[in-house]
Design a protein around this ligand. Structure first.
Ligand code: DDH
Length: 292
């Protein structure tokens, strides 16, 4: 007769729930920006993923190549060493999680902690060693001035995001992450937050895009503005990048801004879907089911 072997319960190697909790506990820091590392961690997760190219099928969050030069030194990644330093603290508590999973889980957990949707997270990303990392070409992340399409920055967004397999609706949904955080002159040259509540994930970015009067920034703290071309609201406290304003100038994208400004629930749902796609692009061996 045959003995039926009971499947031995496999002890989970990584306690993803605990990792996410530790990330949530590490967000508050009065000395950083608006009091939270959340927005900067979200940007780390996005920039780690946004290198994906569906044609060459390289880039993306698998590998976390931004730990090394040249990716860590790209202009677009300026300032993200601060987010990576926060991640080191979590990694030392949970050495068994890969950096590439950690960065995405941290960004995903931060979104929820800041009031956004719970977005399911699947694990399985692997870390490349420095000499196994084929350096990606710079220029895969978007440029806020629209770069080669300065007259129609929306077309620059299409170049970048179609390459990752996204459509216009997904471009707009993802841009809603600019409800969070701010621009730093020392990182990007731009200045200011997009919204009045930069540590809260909401549809405020879309509402402000439509409701405020956005004009080219001329002054900063009483002096002439010498930074790159950007927009400001009448109070001078809020900002938009040329690629943000592109979303309301472009005929195909604007309807989605209008939709998300009216319907935060629709924004949360569409953002969640696009975020999963963004952060899983190019990943090969993810768990079948979410682990968080
Ligand atoms: Fe962004 N972003 N982003 N962004 N981004 C900046 C900051 C943050 C662009 C440019 C900038 C997305 C799309 C775009 C976040 C999330 C996301 C800054 C300022 C620039 C510049 C950096 C600095 O000075 O410190 C451009 C251009 C695009 C685009 O064309 C589509 C997307 C898709 C996301 C996302 O998360 C899905 C977040 C969060 C920040 C705030 C970071 C911080 O430290 O605060």
């Amino acid at each position: 007769y045959t003995t039926q072997q009971e499947a031995a319960p496999v002890a989970p190697k990584v306690d993803y729930k605990k990792v996410a909790e530790d990330v949530a506990d590490a967000l508050d820091d009065e000395s950083h920006d608006d009091g939270s590392f959340g927005p900067t961690l979200v940007r780390l997760g996005w920039h780690s993923s946004g290198t994906y190219d569906k044609n060459s099928n390289d880039g993306g969050s698998d590998g976390s190549g931004m730990r090394f030069a040249p990716e860590s030194k790209w202009g677009a990644n300026a300032g993200l060493h601060k987010a990576r330093a926060v991640m080191e603290k979590i990694k030392s508590k949970h050495p068994e999680i890969t950096y590439s999973d950690l960065w995405i889980l941290a960004a995903t957990a931060a979104i929820e902690e800041m009031g956004g949707p719970h977005i399911p997270f699947r694990a399985g990303r692997t870390d490349k060693t420095e000499n196994k990392c084929t350096p990606l070409p710079d220029g895969r992340l978007p440029d806020a001035d629209g770069r080669d399409h300065k007259d129609a920055p929306a077309d620059h967004l299409r170049d970048i995001f179609y390459r990752m397999g996204f459509n216009d609706q997904e471009i707009v949904a993802l841009a809603g992450a600019h409800a969070l955080g701010r621009c730093h002159t020392e990182n990007s040259g731009y200045w200011g937050p997009w919204t009045n509540a930069p540590t809260t994930f909401s549809n405020e970015y879309f509402r402000l895009l439509l409701e405020e009067k956005w004009t080219p920034k001329k002054k900063h703290e009483g002096k002439a503005w010498t930074g790159p071309f950007q927009y400001e609201d009448p109070s001078g406290k809020l900002m938009m990048l040329p690629t943000d304003i592109a979303l309301i100038q472009d005929k195909a994208m604007r309807p989605f801004v209008e939709k998300y400004a009216k319907d935060e629930e629709a924004f949360f749902q569409d953002f969640a879907k696009a975020w999963v796609k963004l952060t899983e692009n190019g990943c090969k061996n993810l768990t079948a089911e979410p682990v968080w």
